[in-house]
Design a protein around this ligand. Structure first.
Ligand code: FES
Ligand code: FES
Length: 914
């Protein structure tokens, strides 16, 4: 480790674009509703009410979209600007109060072509997943660097502590802050390595993927533009997982062209292939693999056309960045020349087999999309500005059961606040205005004026007890012969585990833009489901599917189904009210939390039978869960507009069950199995949250494996290996144990190290994690200090992109398992904002070490969620190893440790090491 420089400014980058004086700026209102601001060194005049929050002035009046809109209550830091040399949340100051300050926005720091040194530091570290929070981080770091307050890692964490990153990019952000400050330390952030195993031959006999059968023509996947670029129609949408880069990398390597000659067009219904939802860690498998076949076919077509134009046999030409060339001669035809004439078309054949060992795969390419995201460009749906665009905001009921008791005079309120109009659809009120801040003001006025009635009092709900009592559908995943005998003969052990309801808690409330033109509707959305959303909207608004076009534009990370689809339907509702004019709708954070399709609470009872050799011979599993699937599917009954509007009185329809029993079958040989999941309809609207039911099922299975190992008198790693035949699974476990310095032990060792393993969905990437915890013996509180993550995802497309995903999934999972939980009452949830919901901060981030097991030639496996499920069990196992206290209910907090200590039996107390 290199020593950080002594405090002071030695070795630190300056922040040259921040004005250092206050001369020449200024002025407040001039009496005519105009204010003069100094922004990025220039004076600008703004016509708006003095009370308008600065964030709306910067974003909407001045078009400075690098100031991201987030919580808008001062909690997240996305909107941070530098004011008089200090970082300032622009949602927390009015236009009038800002008029005397020198303001710098991300656009004032640098540009995509000429990034500021702090922006460069973030780009060098690839510090971003969805990237939505990063401009705020950059501004806070720039101010701290300029003030000379970052001399080491603790300083960097302190400068960032009050900012939120929901994707879990914390380690890279800290590294970037240190790099920007000129502080070099190997301890900051994540570390990683790649273990490259022998490659596998491409299998030409394997046949075409099923998705290629559905979209068998190359022109359905890619095309040559007149400018000489190969344009891929994105089959999956970018969620911050870096799929846009991976798709370009896959296409480029199979075409044999440099990546900068391959571009990606956004997923648009009617033009892109319809691969349903971007979810379930399927993007590379379902989108990338078929694209690779299409790219091989396209390369063949390019060579054939080039050979014809060069009048040469196809076997004597090559495809290069210069086009199709004839080696050894000057003969060449450029890609732009190849694009003249008829578009290249043709079938993808079984001979168009991708080469998964091609040069360029496995290369750590920087994400091109981060350049604009991290240098202030308006790249998100929230930033999209269409000519003449109006703004809409909603007043929704304060709870599921609230009914409108008294409706005020809507026209009067619209006139009073200067809104274009206010419309009511059932329990939805929509304010449409020319200015966003006016729409918000209208909603605030409405909130004061509308009176609601409720079905009953607001009372707490004991969720875990309730779930067991509800009627539901049982799904028997396994019932093996011999289950009765297995339990009759062996020594049995039982345990019950649980998880709470959790929120998606995105960095910004969901948004969408709608535009209606007669019967036709165009929607811009950050939904993960462009085609299913189109089908849903068509039914909901009684239009032909062909009359609805859905265009994907990136948004802040969603981590499942959040409010994006609801926002699209609300934008459509607003758009039909003002035909011919584009309307941007955005949820409030209160509604994003209050109407979220939450991750379901779950309970599970596990029971196992051990034989005299300590081998598991029988396994019973009973679990209770609400649905993990509520995405739009074309029935018109999944979204808020249907639920709360006039179109239907019902809650969104109960979704499918697969997510509830996902990963319930252990990968281990556990003898005879009896596994049942009951799907119930709980008190809250639920849907998909990252890794769905796997998060809970891996927590319970991997915690239980540790409990059984101790009963069997075996080391937790050895016990797992003794029950695991899958070679790839064994390998990641062994590498994780070795990397973490695992010391075999039976029962609590006092060291505070825990292990867990899973193969996500039983078919995706393998991941093993080893966690170290440190316990404060005085308070009983614990801190996760280190996490080793080992992942086998088959062929690694982009190691740094994969590592970034694994880091994010690990930190986000840590946030969930250490604190995230919703308080349920008869009226919904208590937590209605980021300030109510305990997301992990920079002080709680452990050292991360990521090892990738690269298997060139093996099909790439989805890994967006692989590192999410094992983490909670690894933490619980580490706590047990440290303290001798088994925590079985998520989240794992100091309070839950205290509760657990009070309920321990005498025998359990004998293990406690406090
Ligand atoms: S702190 Fe201003 S948007 Fe969150
Ligand atoms: S990268 Fe921080 S919220 Fe997505």
């Amino acid at each position: 480790m290199r020593s950080p420089p002594a405090s002071g400014t030695s070795g630190r980058a300056r922040v040259p674009n921040i004005p250092s004086t206050t001369i020449g700026r200024h002025v407040a209102t001039n009496g005519s509703g105009s204010s003069v601001l100094t922004v990025n060194g220039e004076q600008v005049t703004v016509t708006a009410a003095e009370t308008t929050p600065l964030i709306y002035v910067l974003r909407n009046d001045l078009g400075l979209k690098g100031v991201r809109t987030g919580c808008v209550i001062g909690e997240c830091g996305s909107c941070t600007v530098i004011a008089d040399g200090h970082s300032l949340r622009s949602c927390q100051i009015s236009l009038g109060d800002a008029a005397g300050m020198d303001l710098v926005t991300p656009e004032g720091l640098g540009t995509p072509d000429a990034p500021h040194p702090v922006q460069e530091a973030f780009l060098s570290e690839q510090a971003g997943q969805c990237g939505y929070c990063i401009n705020g981080m950059i501004m806070a770091v720039a101010a701290a660097v300029d003030a000379g307050t970052i001399a080491g890692e603790e300083d960097a964490r302190k400068a960032l502590e009050e900012l939120i990153c929901r994707c879990g990019t914390h380690t890279r952000i800290v590294k970037a802050a240190l790099r920007a400050a000129g502080v070099e330390t190997e301890d900051a952030g994540a570390h990683g390595s790649v273990e490259r195993l022998p490659g596998a031959e491409a299998d030409a006999q394997a046949g075409l993927p099923e998705i290629v059968d559905r979209y068998p023509r190359m022109e359905q996947w890619l095309r040559l533009t007149q400018e000489g670029y190969v344009e891929v129609d994105s089959p999956k949408v970018e969620l911050g997982q870096g799929i846009s880069g991976a798709l370009r990398q896959i296409a480029a390597t199979q075409l044999g062209l440099p990546m900068d000659l391959v571009t990606l067009a956004p997923t648009t219904t009617g033009r892109s292939v319809d691969l349903g939802h971007t979810a379930g860690s399927n993007s590379v498998e379902h989108g990338g693999i078929p694209l690779a076949y299409a790219a091989v076919a396209f390369r063949r077509a390019l060579l054939e056309r080039g050979a014809a134009l060069l009048d040469a046999p196809a076997s004597q030409v090559e495809l290069t960045a210069a086009g199709v060339v004839r080696p050894g001669t000057d003969a060449a035809v450029s890609l732009a020349q190849l694009a003249t004439g008829e578009p290249l078309t043709g079938a993808i054949t079984a001979a168009d087999v991708p080469d998964w060992t091609a040069a360029g795969l496995g290369a750590p390419l920087p994400r091109a999309d981060l350049v604009r995201k991290l240098t202030g460009a308006g790249v998100y749906l929230h930033d999209l500005e269409l000519p003449g665009m109006l703004h809409a905001r909603a007043l929704l009921p304060p709870s599921y059961d609230a009914q409108v008791a008294t409706e005020p005079d809507l026209q009067q309120i619209a006139t009073a606040v200067g809104a274009r109009r206010i419309l009511r659809d059932g329990r939805i009120f929509l304010v449409v205005a020319e200015r966003e801040d006016v729409a918000i003001r209208g909603v605030n006025r409405l909130r004061d004026a509308v009176r609601w009635s409720y079905d009953g009092p607001d009372e707490p709900v004991d969720v875990l007890s309730l779930l067991r009592t509800l009627d539901g559908d049982d799904h028997q995943t396994r019932l093996d012969d011999g289950i009765g005998e297995a339990f009759a003969a062996g020594r049995t052990h039982k345990a019950t585990y649980s998880k709470p309801y959790e929120a998606h808690a995105p960095m910004s409330p969901s948004a969408s833009i709608g535009m209606a033109d007669g019967d036709r509707l165009r929607i811009w959305t950050h939904s993960q489901s462009p085609y299913p959303l189109r089908a849903e909207l068509a039914v909901l608004f009684e239009r032909d599917e062909d009359a609805v076009v859905v265009v994907h534009v990136e948004g802040p990370g969603a981590y499942g189904m959040n409010g994006a689809d609801d926002a699209a339907a609300l934008a459509a509702l607003a758009a039909f009210a003002v035909p011919g004019e584009p309307v941007r709708f955005q949820h409030s954070m209160d509604d994003e939390f209050g109407w979220d399709p939450y991750g379901s609470a779950m309970v599970a009872d596990l029971e196992a039978s051990l034989d005299e050799n300590g081998r598991i011979v029988g396994y019973r599993h009973r679990s209770w869960t609400d649905t993990h699937y509520a995405r739009p599917d074309g029935n018109g009954d999944r979204l808020l507009v249907q639920w709360l509007g006039e179109r239907g009185p019902g809650r969104p329809r109960f979704g499918g069950h697969e997510g509830g029993w996902r990963n319930t079958v252990p990968l281990y040989d556990v003898g005879a199995r009896d596994i049942v999941t009951r799907h119930v309809r709980g008190p809250l609207r639920t849907g998909s949250l990252r890794s769905l039911g796997s998060y809970m099922h891996v927590f319970e299975i991997e915690s239980f494996m540790d409990e059984l190992a101790e009963l069997a008198g075996q080391d937790p790693v050895a016990f797992r290996l003794a029950h695991l035949d899958d070679e790839r699974g064994r390998h990641v476990l062994e590498v994780a144990a070795q990397t973490a310095g695992w010391e075999p032990h039976v029962g609590p060792s006092g060291r505070g190290q825990g292990v867990a393993f899973a193969r996500y969905k039983d078919v995706k990437g393998y991941a093993a994690q080893v966690v170290d915890v440190r316990v404060d013996p005085e308070s009983g509180t614990f801190t996760v200090t280190r996490v080793v993550v080992v992942c086998d995802a088959g062929t690694v497309i982009n190691p740094d992109g994969l590592r970034n995903q694994l880091e994010g999934a690990t930190i986000q999972s840590l946030s969930r398992c250490l604190g995230e939980s919703l308080t349920v009452t008869t009226r919904g949830v208590k937590e209605r904002n980021l300030s109510d919901y305990p997301l992990i901060g920079f002080s709680g981030i452990p050292r991360l070490e990521v090892v990738l097991v690269d298997r060139p030639g093996y099909p790439p496996l989805g890994t967006g969620e692989s590192a999410t499920p094992p983490l909670a069990a690894a933490v619980a196992n580490a706590i047990d190893d440290a303290l001798g206290v088994r925590l079985r209910n998520l989240p794992l907090t100091a309070a839950s440790l205290e509760r657990r200590l009070l309920e321990l039996s005498e025998a359990e107390m004998a293990r406690v090491r406090l």
